[in-house]
Ligand binder design. Structure first.
Ligand code: ADP
Length: 255
């Protein structure tokens, strides 16, 4: 069913995901979108910080109540990643790619971070908060030093000014389209699109966990549970956690 979105616009917020959580307590539900010009405590996975400078990005969270099982919820991060990559492609013409588990990259650099959180309460449908941060108008010097080497923005990639509203609208429309696809055709359909948009599909990767290389092989796709499928010399492996990097031309691994 088509999602009808309600946009809640803020100038400054601590984190759009935290605000979404507060709005859920106040009775807001499916289709509520929290958009902010800046976040003072934007967050990434594992408690990492997400840099959200004022007016330079598309910082938003979407509340969803998907008609799928709790088990399928973890597959939703791929629905979101695919939607972001497609929305960016449609509005900017840039080749954006997904990277396991849930980054969106352009030319190997991170243009978007995604943080999915579940809200489960008694007698309530399971709610999902999809936090999405897309770098739009930053130039390199606008990023903190530790992020510069791995980040990019739509403006840096296109060399043009970015219409943030158009990108937001396209991503929301793709979230709608891919949610419907997930509900009607199941994860297999999402998995196929994700694999086609993955920058590592068919390429040699290295998986590092807690600073240690756990395996090297060819990334081939996604398993049913969302783990990354890697073909190694010893057969197929499923990666549940870790950082994946692509083998570079010099034989090393790019971050
Ligand atoms: P990952 O899964 O890549 O560790 P997250 O998606 O959780 O990362 O995002 C947090 C990390 O992303 C931070 O540790 C920081 O290195 C980097 N980062 C923070 N802000 C930005 C930004 N605006 N653009 C790109 N990368 C960022």
């Amino acid at each position: 069913m088509t999602i009808s979105y309600t946009i809640q616009q803020y100038d400054t917020i601590d984190s759009t995901n935290l605000e979404a959580r507060r709005l859920i307590q106040q009775g807001f539900g499916h289709g509520t979108v929290v958009v902010a010009e800046t976040q003072t405590a934007g967050k990434g996975r594992l408690g990492r910080a997400w840099e959200s400078a004022k007016g330079s990005g598309i910082w938003f969270s979407v509340i969803l109540e998907p008609a799928i099982s709790l088990q399928q919820m973890s597959q939703y991060s791929f629905v979101i990643a695919v939607a972001v990559a497609e929305g960016i492609r449609q509005t900017t013409g840039l080749e954006s790619w997904v990277k396991w588990p849930n980054d969106v990259l352009i030319r190997g650099k991170k243009v978007c971070g995604i943080l999915l959180e579940l809200v489960t309460e008694r007698n309530q449908p399971v709610r999902l908060i999809a936090g999405i941060g897309i770098n739009a108008s930053q130039q390199m010097a606008d990023f903190p030093e530790d992020v510069q080497a791995k980040a990019t923005s739509l403006a840096m990639e296109t060399g043009c000014e970015i219409n943030r509203q158009a990108v937001l609208d396209a991503v929301l429309q793709q979230i709608d389209a891919n949610s419907t696809r997930m509900e009607q055709e199941g994860f297999a359909a999402i998995r196929d699109v994700w694999t086609a948009l993955s920058c590592v599909t068919g390429k040699e990767v290295q998986v590092v966990r807690q600073g240690e290389t756990v395996l090297c092989g060819i990334a081939v796709g996604l398993a049913e549970d969302g783990s990354l499928l890697v073909e190694t010399a010893n057969g197929g492996e499923q990666i549940m956690a870790g950082d994946v990097s692509l083998r570079a031309a010099d034989g090393g691994y790019a971050p």
